[in-house]
Design a binder for this molecule. Sequence first.
Ligand code: GDP
Ligand code: IMO
Ligand code: MG
Length: 420
Amino acid sequence: MQEMNRADLIVGLQWGDEGKGKIVDNLAQKYDYVCRFAGGHNAGHTIVTEGKTYALHLVPSGVLNKKAINVVGNGVVLSPKDFIKELEQFDDIDGRIYISDKAHLLLPYHAEIDQARERLKGDKAIGTTGKGIGPAYGDKITRVGHRVGELLNPEKLCDGIMGYFKINKPIFDAMGVSTPNKEELLAELKEYKEALGSYITDTTLMAWDALDSNKRVLLEGAQGTMLDIDHGTYPYVTSSTTISAGACSGLGIAPHQIGNVIGIAKAYCTRVGNGPFPSEDLGEKGEYLREKGHEFGTTTGRPRRCGWFDAVAMRHAVRLNGVSNISLMKLDVLDGLDEVKVCVGYEFEGKEIDYVPYTLEDIKPIYKSFKGWEKSEGVREFSDLPKEAQDYILELEKLCGAKVGIISTSPDRDDTIIRD
Ligand code: GDP
Ligand code: IMO
Ligand code: MG
C-alpha cells in the first residue's frame, strides 16, 4: 500500500518570535504549499536573504519561494486592510496566494476595542499587540463575526456589520470605540473585494487536493506554545490555538495527515507583553541578550523580555505538540558569555517540580550552569561548532526529550546547520 502523504508542521515552542519565519523560508524551498492556520497580523515573521529583510505578518513565509503556493487558512483572523498593504511589497503574487472563505474578518473596530480594553485594564493589561486579535476571535466564538467569503457580497456584509454596530452601540460608546457610517463601510468593503476577491477560495478543499496529489505541504504556526489559549500562561496569552492541534482545525486536515512536527526554539528565551516568565533575567545578562539578539518586536517594536532557556516549559511544549525535531535558533546570540544557564526545574509552593503547573506565577527557577563559548556565528556544520556549544545542545536534547535537528547561527537563510 502506498504511504499516506502528510503535511509537515512548524510550531513555536516558547512565547513566540522563536525564528519560525527563517525556518519556514529555508524549508519552503522544498515545499509546494505553505499554509498559515492561526493568528493574524499580531505575528511578525522575519526572513533575511540576499541582504534583504522581510517582515511578514499575514502573508505565509513561503512567499519568497516563487514556486510555492501560499495559503491563509480558516483559523486565521484576517485584516483585509493590513493584508493588502503587506501584499504591495510583492509584484508576482497572483496565482500564488489564497485566502480561506471561512477565515474571520478583523476590521478596524476590532483594534479599537482591543486598545480600549487594554487601557481600561490598567496594570492588569495583557500587553497585546493592539491589533484587534482578541475581539476578532471573540466575535467568532460568540458567533457574531463575519467571514472573508462574505466580502464577495459587500452590500449584504455591510448590512450585517451595521446590525452588529447597532447591538453593540452602548458598549462601543462607553469604551470610546468609533464606527464608520454605512456609506464609508460599504466603500471600504468594496475596496477589499476588488483587491482580494480573486484570492478567496475554499482552502480546505485545496489542502485536500494538494495532499491527495502528493504535493509537499508545510504548515506555518504563529505565536508560540506558551501563548496558546488553553495551554499557555492564561490570561497572558493570545486568543487562538497556537499548538500543533490548531493546524487541524485551522486548515481542515485530519490529525493522521500531520507528518513531522518541527518545533522552533531560541537557544535562550524571550517574551513580549505581560505575564509570568520564570527564567527572565532582569539584570545585565538579560540586557546583553536583548542588545545582541536585537530583541525588539517585529510587529510593535517593543523591547522583548529576555532570559534563559526553560527546559521545563520546553518539555511541556514538546509533549503538547508531538515535536519530532527541534530547530534551535540564535545560538550565536549566546557567543561570548562565560556562563550559560538553563532552567531545569521549578520551585512551586515550597516543592521542587519538573512540570508546568496551571499557573507560572510565583514560580522560582532552578538553574543548571554551562560553560560558555567564543563563537558560533555563521557556522554551518555541527562539527565546526565550539565543543562547549556542542555540549550545550546535546544536553538540551536530553533535558527536552527531543532531537535538535536544525541549528541556526545567524538571521541569514543559509547560516543553518541541518543535522537531520
Ligand atoms: P518568528 O516570529 O518566530 O518568525 O520570529 P521573529 O522574526 O519575530 O524574530 C526572530 C528574529 O531573530 C528575527 O529578527 C530573525 O531575523 C532573527 N534570527 C533568526 N534566526 C537567527 C539566528 O540564528 N541568529 C540571529 N542572530 N538572529 C536570528
Ligand atoms: P509571532 O508569530 C510574540 C503576544 C503579545 C501579548 C499576547 C497577546 O511573531 O511569534 P495579542 O495581540 O495576540 O492579543 O497579544 O501575545 N504575541 C506575540 N508575542 N510573537 C508573536 O507572534 C505574538 N503574537 C502575539 O505580545 O503578550
Ligand atoms: Mg515574531
